[in-house]
Design a protein around this ligand. Structure first.
Ligand code: 7RM
Length: 653
């Protein structure tokens, strides 16, 4: 077992510290004090009305908010168009030549897309969709790699008032078909393939398997990306480039009602049936543009912003496409994986484009930690001025690594809590005003009210419990497509009058919010409630551990026993002795009660395609059950491997 590679971090711990905004950052920040919070708490609906006025409306609303719990209508009577707000108004303001996206394909091919260029393509594709019979109110399914045609297709839908349903390119044919059926989509937009780690992902084959069995699909539009042979079904399938040729270049934006459906995005629940989360037009764009601008402190003239998520995930919808474009920002769009052709691909991209703001997920940060600080150190990352995190609780160890190795100790790290359902960021620092604590998402944003409640739904001022939202917000989901009862039941029934979607949180003595993961991930060991996040954080805090996932498994004596699945950093070897050492480490950090009963060493953890650890599957493994729904799993072979390892892992009583 090697004994290194924490380099400088060994003597560099930010844990438990409070970090004021660095002076250099603060002096130019959009928000430098508490006044925005004060304004919002004086008149929260008026606050959102002010934010909505940052958009261009064809017709201003007459009713700001109608709240018939749990059904909200924001900006009733208002009319606007999303593509107009993302494109036309910037071009009209003389910014047509400004870069909207620096796109980079995995093989290294690039495209520079200006606002004028994007508007041109969007209008033409909007006309293509119309020529295929798509009308206002219809649904269009989109199943594509990270190519410029993906945002073009989304924006084209918004231009003509059709709702899109983007299905992440990593999903199977079955998952795609289920989503097409649920939405009754008329048209499917896809590609002949995409590049991933040097290989072609055969998207069209899956698209065919889905479309062949999806009776609502009338046309399939295929972008040529990889140029390897695909079958084209006569009459149904069309090449994107053929349709775009000779189509009219102008397409008037539809005047949409603020509450018209903008898109559906499916999330997996505990049952196999996916939930089509509904987002509408005015409220969604208002909050997405507001949060993008202020959480990332956007200076549209100078920033180069990179959200390294996939557009098939809500983070990509809100913070690659709609927020950044509504704010007239320049972004980076990258097709492939971080380790192709080498493990410094991201840092190379940041250096070449002069990226100033990076937004990514803890799972990526922990992977980079595993690969080591020498990778980012090969590049000049001095253009960066702000870092963001989303998707999972970020443990202080990863936060600190991100701050030091990527941010060079000068960039605030904004940990942003939100969900597909919330549409936009809800809990996050404002980087010029909020003192940071590594690992905490800090406070609800202006205009947002969150409370932590106990089992009975009673608010707790300090301490742990269930994270709830107490009033409507503009970008909230408007329901589950086709199932209003499931909407009420899933989100509004556990605590009457409150929105609750499964997360636990703790409020510390200074009022900071600490997200503790899903509450079904809270374990009960001999009557003590222990959150999986806390034990994971303690494990990852050990210098040998790259990543850890913890679950509670039924135990005859203690109710639940703690099972930890651990991935070690490059130079460390798994052994029983090392397992003992880690158990002891957790006991020292949290207490003997939190000491894992079993430690299973594994090369990888089961994750969703957006990088979240699927503890539900690990619980199935730990309790020897057959696995539940695995369709959202990124790599199915990982669980098989873990099952084998778990069967032979030593257990301590
Ligand atoms: C944006 C997104 C939502 C769930 C959410 C949490 C977890 C997301 C954070 C976080 C702790 C964060 N949408 N989550 N962000 N947990 N800190 N900053 O991830 O619908 O895919 O997932 O993700 O459990 O409920 S999502």
């Amino acid at each position: 077992m090697a004994d290194e590679p924490r380099q400088a971090i060994e003597s560099f711990s930010l844990e438990g510290r409070t970090l004021l905004p660095p002076d250099d950052f603060k002096k130019d920040a959009l928000v430098r004090d508490q006044s925005m919070y004060d304004q919002a708490s004086e008149d929260w609906t008026g606050f959102w009305a002010t934010q909505a006025l940052a958009l261009d409306w064809f017709e201003e609303w007459d009713t700001l908010l109608e709240w018939d719990l749990p059904f909200a209508r924001w900006f009733g009577g208002g009319q606007l168009n999303v593509s107009y707000n993302c494109l036309d108004r910037h071009v009209a303001a003389g910014k047509g030549d400004k870069v909207a996206f620096h796109w980079e394909g995995e093989p290294g091919d690039t495209r520079t897309i200006t606002y004028a260029g994007l508007l041109d393509e969007v209008q033409r594709f909007a006309n293509v969709l119309r020529s295929l019979g798509v009308q206002r109110g219809d649904r269009v399914a989109i199943y594509m790699p990270m190519v410029p045609e993906l945002p073009v297709a989304m924006l084209a839908c918004t231009r003509i008032g059709a709702a899109h349903s983007v299905v992440f390119g990593g999903f199977s044919a079955d998952a795609l078909r289920d989503r097409i059926d649920d939405a009754a989509a008329k048209v499917l937009v896809t590609a002949d393939g995409g590049w991933r780690r040097g290989a072609v992902v055969p998207l069209k084959a899956s698209a065919d398997a889905a479309a062949d069995q999806a009776p609502t699909i009338e046309h399939v539009v295929v972008v040529r990306r990889t140029d390897h042979g695909v079958d084209m079904k006569e009459g149904r399938d069309h090449w994107w480039h053929d349709l775009m040729e000779g189509v009219a270049v102008e397409c008037e934006p539809e005047r949409m009602d603020a509450e018209d459906l903008l898109y559906l995005l499916y999330t997996s629940g505990t049952t196999a049936r996916p939930k089509g989360i509904m987002h509408t037009t005015g409220g969604y764009l208002t909050q997405v543009a507001f949060t993008h601008k202020y959480v990332f402190d956007i200076k549209p003239d100078t920033d180069v912003y990179w959200c390294a998520a996939d557009i098939g995930w809500v983070t990509g919808h809100s913070y690659i496409v709609y927020g950044p474009l509504a704010n007239g920002c320049t972004g980076v769009l990258y097709e492939g994986t971080p380790d192709f052709p080498a493990r410094d691909r991201w840092w190379d991209i940041i250096e070449r484009y002069g990226v100033t703001i990076l937004y990514t997920a803890p799972t990526a940060i922990r992977t980079f930690m595993k690969w080591g600080g020498q990778e980012p150190a090969k590049h000049d990352l001095s253009s960066l001025r702000l870092l963001g995190s989303v998707g999972e609780p970020i443990n202080p160890e990863a936060w600190t690594w991100y701050w030091e190795h990527i941010g060079g100790g000068r960039c605030p790290v904004v940990d942003t809590w939100w969900q597909t359902e919330t549409g936009a960021i809800m809990i996050s620092p404002l980087p010029g005003a909020t003192a940071l604590k590594p690992g905490s998402a800090t406070f609800p944003l202006p205009g947002v009210e969150a409370e932590v409640v106990d089992d009975q739904g009673k608010p707790v001022e300090r301490g742990g419990g269930y994270l709830t939202l107490t009033r409507p917000w503009p970008s909230m989901l408007r329901g589950i497509y086709g199932d209003p009862e499931r909407y009420r039941e899933t989100y509004w029934s556990r605590f009457p009058g409150r929105y609750f979607a499964g997360d636990g949180a703790r409020i510390d003595d200074d009022g900071y919010y600490w997200l503790l993961g899903r509450v079904d991930d809270v374990m009960n060991v001999s009557g003590h409630r222990i959150s999986t996040t806390e034990v994971e954080s303690a494990l990852v805090d050990h210098h040998s551990v790259a990543e850890a996932a913890v679950v509670g498994a039924a135990d005859a004596t203690t109710g639940q026993g703690i099972i930890a699945f651990v991935t070690l950093r490059g130079d460390f070897e798994s052994s029983d002795e090392h397992g003992q050492l880690l158990r002891k480490h957790v006991a020292t950090r949290i207490g003997a009660i939190a000491r894992p009963k079993t430690i299973v060493f594994t090369d990888d953890l089961p994750k969703t395609r957006s990088g979240k650890i699927m503890r539900r599957l690990l619980r199935d493994v730990a309790e020897g059950r057959s696995l539940g729904d695995t369709t959202t799993l990124a790599d199915a072979s990982v669980v098989e491997e873990i099952k084998r390892r778990a069967a032979s892992a030593p257990t301590e009583d």
